[in-house]
Write a protein that binds this ligand. Sequence first.
Ligand SMILES: Nc1ncnc2c1ncn2[C@@H]1O[C@H](COP(=O)(O)OP(=O)(O)OP(=O)(O)O)[C@@H](O)[C@H]1O
Length: 325
Amino acid sequence: MGAEIQAGQAMIEARQLKRDFKARGRTIEAVRGVDIDVAAGEIVGFLGPNGAGKTTTLKMLTTLLRPTDGSATVAGFDLRRDPQGVRRNIGYVGQAGSTIGSARAGEEIVSHARLYGIDAATANDRARNLLAALDLADVWDRKCGSLSGGQRRRLDIVMGLIHNPRLVFLDEPSTGLDPQSRANLWTHIRKLRDELGTTVFITTHYMDEADSLSDRLLIIDKGEIVAEGTPAELKKKVRGDTITLTMREEKDATEAAGVAGLLAGADAPATDGHIVRFHVSEGASTLPVLLAELARAGIEAIGVEVNRPTLDDVFLTLTGRSLRD
Ligand SMILES: Nc1ncnc2c1ncn2[C@@H]1O[C@H](COP(=O)(O)OP(=O)(O)OP(=O)(O)O)[C@@H](O)[C@H]1O
C-alpha cells in the first residue's frame, strides 16, 4: 500500500524515465530519460511541440506503456512493482474521450464507477456531486452525444474522477474547444484542485492554457525536459520584447531579417515564410528606428507587432525553434 500523501509531498517522482520505440529497424528515442517531480495539490502543465514525447511520458506514468528504463513513483505507488496500485489511485482522461454518444450521462458515470467496484448508491452520490462541481447538474438524463463539446469534455473529467483519485492526468483536454469553452474548462480544473485537492498533470500544446492554468510548467522537446518553473519564472528567462514583421513577399522577409539583425540589441532574426521575428531589449523605442531602416532599404512591412515575452519565446530562446513548428 502507498502511504497517504499530504499536500506538498511528492505525487509524481520520476527518475530518468525513458522509452524507445523500434520502427523499421530504427530506434526512436521518444523519451530520453526525464526527471519529473510533482507535489500533491499542484497543477502542472506539460508543454511541448508535436512529437516531443508528451503522450509517451503520460502513457508511462499512467501504466499504459512500459518504460524502457528509469523508475517512478506515482500517487505513492511504484510504477514497475505496483502498476495496479498506480492505476487504482489515478484518473486518466485521454484525448479521445470515454463516453458513448447514445448513453445517458448519469447512467454512463454510474456504470463506469461500478467497474472500480464502487457500489451503486456511492456511485450515484459521487456522480451527482462531481456533476454539480463541474456545472453539469442538469445533464443526468441527457444523452452524452447531445451535449456540447465543452460539456462532454467536463463529463469525461467526471468519469476520470469517479473513483476519487488524488492525481488526475488530462491529455490535451481543451483541444477542439472554442476559446470561451476552453476558459470555462480551466476555471473548472482550478476548482477541482481548490475544492477537492486533486493534483492535476495536464499535457497541452496551447501556450495560453499552460500559462494561465498551471502553477508550474515542464517543457519537453525531443524527449528531454528543456525548462521547468512557474510561468513567470520561465518568462523571466527571456529578456526584452519580440518584434514580428509581416512582409508582402518572402524575399522581402530575408532582406528585412538582414536589416533587423543590425539593430542595436537585436538577436538573430528568424524567418518563416513572410514572417520575420526577433527580440530586442525595448520594443517601443526600437520600432521607429526599425521602420526607418526598412524604408531606407526600400522594403515595406505590411504588419508590425511588438509583444511581451510569451512561453513560445521561452521555448524559442531555449531551442532556437518555435513551439508551433
Ligand atoms: N508506437 C510508436 N511507435 C513508433 N514511434 C512512436 C510510437 N509512439 C510515439 N512514437 C514517436 O515518439 C515520438 C514522441 O511521440 P509522442 O506521441 O509522445 O509526442 P507528443 O509530444 O505527445 O506529440 P503530440 O502533441 O503530437 O501528441 C514521436 O517521434 C513519435 O513519432
